[in-house]
Design a protein around this ligand. Structure first.
Ligand SMILES: C[S@@+](CC[C@H](N)C(=O)[O-])C[C@H]1O[C@@H](n2cnc3c(N)ncnc32)[C@H](O)[C@@H]1O
Length: 291
């Protein structure tokens, strides 16, 4: 016999589909799982519907296009479970691919304790994933927005509690890309950033436009202002032979390539794709000033 809860999940999925939610069935199941404190694959075992009112209240929030992760309070990023909510950017799957590139390159680097800088860490997603998957790295995570930084602090604490050996390896800093971490100039092995990159006035889905912090989205008329600042910060921070990886919008590959040109000293500038095959991040090597 199908559980009553699964009947309700099916109805909720219809309601979310009507509201224009992209993955209505998945979201209805994940909300039900979070309400009943079970895994999604265990929903069929739930028999009591005592949580109905809460379930339908949360479905109503999702139908109003509040992000799923704000409702459940959790975002999954690579092997991490992160706390998220109002005031912080919800980490996206496309950023997992760029982070995977960085983890792969750090793994091949012949450096005992690579120094990494994550510019605009938000929830701490990139920095913590690198800390978890490359435990010998020391990761400096920079964030200007105090609200976002509070979420990152919470996630660093949560992460260190589950993996005490990582204490002190992911270090949060308040600051701006432009002049952050001057004491590390010329010494960093890898700079990574998912900066804001949406042109002011462009359309974004309500989940982003109404719930992600504006400082995480908008970046000048062509969307490239923050990427240009990251470029300048990377050439200041990187040691000769250091690497940079910067995320951008799917239509910005060609433009971002020219933010890291050979004429300005960069080498091996490449456009890289996300899992959907769209241009998503640029990578380059900094050979050093005058090389
Ligand atoms: C798109 S979000 C990315 C957050 C996180 N790295 C991720 O991938 O989920 C960009 C972040 O950069 C921060 N930010 C924007 N401009 C900044 C600046 N000039 N200096 C420092 N942080 C900045 C924003 O507050 C926001 O948290």
């Amino acid at each position: 016999m199908m559980s009553l809860l699964l009947d309700e999940v099916a109805l909720a999925a219809l309601r979310l589909a009507d509201a224009g939610v992209e993955s209505p069935r998945t979201d209805a199941e994940l909300i039900a799982a979070s309400v009943h404190n079970v895994r999604r694959g265990e929903l069929h075992t739930v028999r009591d519907c005592d949580f109905d009112a809460r379930f339908w209240a949360e479905i109503a929030r999702r139908a109003a296009r509040e992000p799923l992760q704000h409702i459940t309070g959790t975002a999954h990023f690579r092997y991490l479970e992160l706390d998220v909510g109002p005031g912080v950017f919800v980490p996206r799957p496309e950023t997992e691919v760029m982070t995977g590139w960085a983890i792969d390159r750090l793994g091949k680097m012949d450096v005992a304790e690579p120094v990494v800088v994550d510019l605009g860490t938000g929830s701490g997603a990139i920095a913590l994933a690198i800390g978890q998957e490359v435990p010998r790295a020391r990761v400096h995570a920079v964030e200007a927005d105090p609200l976002a930084r509070a979420w990152a602090e919470r996630n660093v604490t949560r992460y260190v509690e589950t993996a005490p050996y990582t204490a002190g390896r992911v270090i949060l800093h308040a600051g701006d890309f432009a002049d952050a971490l001057g004491d590390l100039d010329g010494t960093v092995d890898l700079v990574i950033s998912n900066p804001p990159y949406i042109p002011v006035g462009a359309y974004v889905e309500p989940e982003a436009g109404e719930y992600d912090p504006p400082a995480a989205l908008w970046s000048g008329t062509d969307g490239l202002d923050a990427i240009r600042t990251v470029q300048r910060a990377a050439r200041r921070l990187l040691r000769p032979g250091g690497l940079v990886a910067v995320e951008h919008g799917a239509q910005q590959g060609a433009a971002v390539y020219w933010v890291f040109p050979e004429e300005q000293g960069w080498r091996d500038t490449r456009n890289n794709k996300d899992l959907a095959g769209r241009d998503r991040f640029v990578t380059a090597v900094w050979p050093g000033e005058g090389a």
